[in-house]
Write a protein of this length. Sequence first.
Length: 295
Amino acid sequence: MSAKTVDKIATAVIVALAGLIVLIMAGLLGFILVRGLGHISFDFLTSPPETIKEGGGIGPQLFNSLFLLVLTMIITVPLGIGAGIYMSEYAKPGKITDFIRLIVEVLSSFPSIVVGLFGLLVLVNVFGFGFSLFSGALALTIFNLPLMVRITEQGLASVPQAQKEASLALGLSKWKTIQSVMLPIATPIILTGTILAAGRVFGEAAALLFTAGMSSPRLDFSNWNPLSPTSPLNPFRPAETLAVHIWKINSEGLAPDAPEIAAGASAVLILTVLAFNLLARWLGRVMLKKFTATK
């Protein structure tokens, strides 16, 4: 058999496998959306859930997910970018740096249930944060830090060496070069990674079962005092997120329309994650054109 024939067979096998995977993913997404889109309405997105009656919504759970996302990103982004800058530009090659990178890789592959149990033991019990949005945000930070560190390193590594050397040759300090030359060029990559990390946070459930909790107090959306236990802005209150709500409905839902609520909530979750990914691609292209003058 000639090399050209082998190449054609290998290409056909790869294309077939890729097409099969795409069909499976499209089938799963289509099944979820077909079942759930018909149940989505403004009232469904804004009303609180019902325990035993029909007609409940996902309003508090959707708000909790968005609020948790903001809290997590506030913690994760500065730490991740700072650690990525240090690892890329300041850490000297050696055993210690290699060990830090190994730890980062290990953290990125941790099962979410293990992170949740760690959060339950350390954050909820030892530090006394209790089941709260803040505990959930800290637990999810463990997921996102490795991703943010790697993305920042890759973004800084993509900066042409000539631009970096030209900045240093003009007398700019190393930090000024990073701040004024390297970070603007790396921003499209960092921004895209940040949005993808945000989508990952939005769909997480296992770690939040043990940190943010599986229930939410009745929220008073007219009360904006962040210290009040009924305020939606209180980060130290228990908070059931949308992904946790879907799991809870499927496992112990008592409402007659529980399957429909779960299907609608799943469709909302899928659409939100898809929106995050599309936004990441669009912003990445916009920022790339802005900072590199490409068309």
